[in-house]
Ligand binder design. Structure first.
Ligand code: AMP
Ligand code: GLY
Length: 429
């Protein structure tokens, strides 16, 4: 099978690494990819939103299966575009339709979907600029803290947790009137603050059947002890001790089943990954958000634990044959530590040469924001640069393997969190 994978992050390097291991894959192309994907696949210089360019690459390279990594092309309707073209309509794509992608593209849409399908989530109301007065009055009646969410995609920055009523009111005005997050905040969801421990649950679906992939915990803040600014994610651990069998059964019965049944009954075409951000509130799951893709860096911890053939899984998702797929998961731990450019998530300098160890053991190095400079040297080109995943029978061993590799990787200003997994180790003792 010739496969085209779209994206350029650590998530896509992990996908490419996993796909390339399958005997079912003949040729793998990644558009646009990064320096890491070029080691296991052929990178194509095509942007993920260049629909015509993607179509041309599918035809030129006789692609049999398309796999979409990030949300942006999905929310912009790539899958519908390919399905509507005579030359590409029969080629299976892993990624939801534009309507399906609205589960991530609009918080209001996803809250209404959850309400209709009785999926447990925080209480909320949605307001537009003409409803500012109602919004302010609604805030008066809520308890604190309170959560304000830009309706549309805001590069992961559109969520504000407000501790005071004053802050909530001024933030609501900034979002609705001053377009704090641009068009994305022309509608704002005001939501009850949920307490508990967060985890990420991943579901593979063909729109009818589903398979629950390994869950993971993400470390979102830049600083140790979960302090400082939010990032795309600084690390991940899988499995997660507080997601025991009893909790995961509740997740399946109360969240996954009604979600998949809702997609089917509402005729929302969805062949792809669904990432469910959950709060474990005293043992009960509440959905914080849906994402219509895999998480990053969670993917780098989740995919290594999948033991059954990954290309078979993707093919089954894209062709609607998931009900016959046998998913096999390793009980081992996988822990991912993300190395970032100095200054991230604020501004940072690019172009510093990166030194990587020649050989590593018990771990894998995934590239995210890497590239080659004019002399062909590996350099940092983005905020999140490298993700190292360590494996082990025990969490401690997996973490040791990850950090021993991280400690051999250097570039000027590189930073990582040393406390990834420590909270879970404590819970286990
Ligand atoms: P989101 O962009 O929806 O993932 O939100 C970003 C982060 O804000 C989440 O990962 C949570 O940590 C936090 N968050 C979002 N909604 C809530 C909520 N209702 N209660 C508590 N924390 C929340
Ligand atoms: N790690 C969180 C995300 O991918 O959105």
């Amino acid at each position: 099978m010739n496969i085209l994978l779209l994206g350029s992050g650590g998530r896509e390097h992990a996908f490419a690494w996993k796909i390339a291991q399958s005997p079912k894959c003949s040729q793998l192309f990644v558009a646009p990819g990064n320096a890491g994907t070029s080691e296991v696949a052929k990178n194509l210089p095509i942007a993920v939103t260049d629909f015509e360019g993607i179509k041309a690459a599918i035809l030129t390279n006789q692609i049999d299966l398309v796999v979409v990594g990030p949300e942006e092309p999905l929310v912009k309707g790539l899958v519908d575009f390919l399905l509507a073209q005579e030359e590409t309509h029969a080629i299976p794509v892993v990624g939801p339709s534009q309507l399906g992608a609205t589960l991530e593209g609009s918080k209001d849409f996803s809250k209404l979907f959850m309400q209709r399908n009785k999926v447990p989530t925080a209480a909320y109301e949605t307001f537009t600029a003409d409803q500012l007065e109602e919004g302010l009055a609604y805030l008066d009646k809520q308890s604190l803290p309170i959560v304000l969410k830009a309706d549309g995609l805001a590069a992961g920055k559109g969520v504000l947790i407000c501790e005071t009523l004053e802050d909530a009111k001024s933030s609501l005005k900034e979002m609705l009137l001053d377009q704090k997050f641009g068009e994305a905040s022309s509608k704002v969801v005001i939501e009850e603050f949920l307490t508990g421990i967060e985890l990420s649950v991943f579901v593979a679906t063909d729109g009818k059947s589903y398979r629950i992939l390994p869950e993971a915990k993400d470390y979102k803040r830049i600083g140790e002890g979960d302090t400082g600014l939010n990032t795309g994610g600084m690390g991940a651990v899988s499995p997660v001790i507080f997601a025991d069998a009893e909790f995961m059964k509740k997740v399946e019965d109360r969240v996954v089943k009604p979600t998949i049944a809702g997609l089917a009954s509402e005729d929302i075409s969805y062949k792809g990954f669904l990432f469910i951000g959950l709060m474990n509130n005293n043992g009960d799951p509440f959905v914080i958000e849906y994402n219509v893709r895999m998480g990053d860096p969670e993917t780098e911890a989740v995919l290594p634990r999948i033991e059954s053939d990954f290309v078979d899984l993707l093919w089954a998702m894209g062709t609607g044959a998931l009900k016959d797929y046998q998913l096999e998961i390793s009980p081992d731990y996988a822990t991912t530590v993300v190395m970032v450019s100095g200054g991230y998530p604020g501004s940072y300098e690019k172009g510093f040469p990166i030194s990587l160890p020649e050989k590593v053991s018990g771990s894998v190095i995934f590239h995210a924001g890497t590239g080659l400079n004019q002399e062909g040297k590996l350099v940092n080109q983005g905020g999140r640069v490298i993700a190292v995943t360590g494996r082990g029978k025990e969490l401690k061993e997996a973490l040791e393997n990850a950090f021993s590799t991280v400690n051999q990787i250097h570039w000027e200003g590189s930073y990582f969190r040393k406390d990834i997994g420590q909270d879970i180790l404590k819970l286990m003792n």
